[in-house]
Design a protein around this ligand. Structure first.
Ligand SMILES: O=C(O)CCC(=O)C(=O)O
Length: 253
């Protein structure tokens, strides 16, 4: 990785196209990842070292919560110059960051880790006039195996795109089926071993919008502090989100 306007190498771009994800190690500076931790502490009013009393609700993957308060917009990943340039290299200059959030999975060390029952792709709401292209995940604390990792199925972006092309009833943008039914179908067609994204703060996982993924249980002793966001393009009048001519039709690669 270099620092020019084209930070990604050809190998990285090919890897992203083939696998639907790309891991950028140590791309975010420590000063920034530290602010995420203090945002987390301020939000809960707790000290990070006291990991047994997070005021979180029980959900499918354990206790989790979404919250949206970044203390400083400059410290969000959407605005990070190296990330933005990398995403622009993949998806073109007119891409914008949006829908950034923290998603926390509280520690649950007394439980036995198990795979999540369901997985999904992020269906951008129909009335959201945006072509969602690249998602990202980063962590505020080092996240190890079974520690509430973001789980994803490599190469699933291609299978899901091809499936929708052949089965337009399952295209979320125009489908009359419920989101639940659509997601279940996507899950049915994906086989193979998923990957738990483990990493230190500062490392960012970029993922294709149609990559099958989910959160997972955190049976370790530290909270999973996830920072998530999405990059997409605002649609012009009468522009559709997908042409289904080529998977990379609206991309720069
Ligand atoms: O919490 C996670 O690791 C996954 C979150 C997720 O699936 C999503 O934001 O769509």
């Amino acid at each position: 990785m270099n620092t020019s306007n084209s930070p990604l190498s050809e190998e990285q771009i090919l890897f992203f196209k083939e696998n639907g994800y790309l891991i950028l190690e140590n791309i975010i500076e420590k000063e920034i990842t530290r602010t995420w931790l203090s945002d987390f502490n301020n939000y809960f009013g707790i000290d990070i070292s006291k990991s047994d009393s997070y005021p979180l609700k029980e959900k499918g993957n354990g206790k989790s919560v979404n919250f949206l308060t970044f203390s400083d917009k400059k410290t969000t990943i959407n605005n990070h110059p190296k990330i933005k340039k990398s995403v622009q290299q993949l998806a073109g200059k007119s891409i914008d960051g949006g829908m950034e959030q923290f998603i926390i999975h509280a520690p649950n060390p007394t439980k036995k880790w198990a795979m999540p029952n369901l997985a999904h792709i992020d269906l951008t709401p129909k009335n959201f006039n945006w072509r969602f292209m690249v998602g990202y995940t980063a962590y505020g604390l080092e996240t190890k195996k079974n520690g509430g990792c973001f789980i994803f199925w490599p190469k699933s972006h291609k299978k899901i795109w091809n499936f929708i092309k052949e089965n337009p009833d399952y295209y979320f943008d125009t489908s009359t089926l419920s989101a639940d039914k659509i997601q279940k179908k996507y899950q049915e067609i994906i086989t193979g071993k998923p990957i738990q994204f483990t990493g230190k703060p500062g490392t960012v996982l970029l993922w294709h919008a149609m990559l099958l993924h989910n959160g997972s249980m955190n049976t370790n002793t530290t909270p999973r502090i996830g920072i998530f966001g999405r990059f997409g393009k605002h649609l012009k009048v009468n522009e559709t989100r997908e042409t289904f001519k080529s998977l990379w039709d609206n991309w720069a690669i």
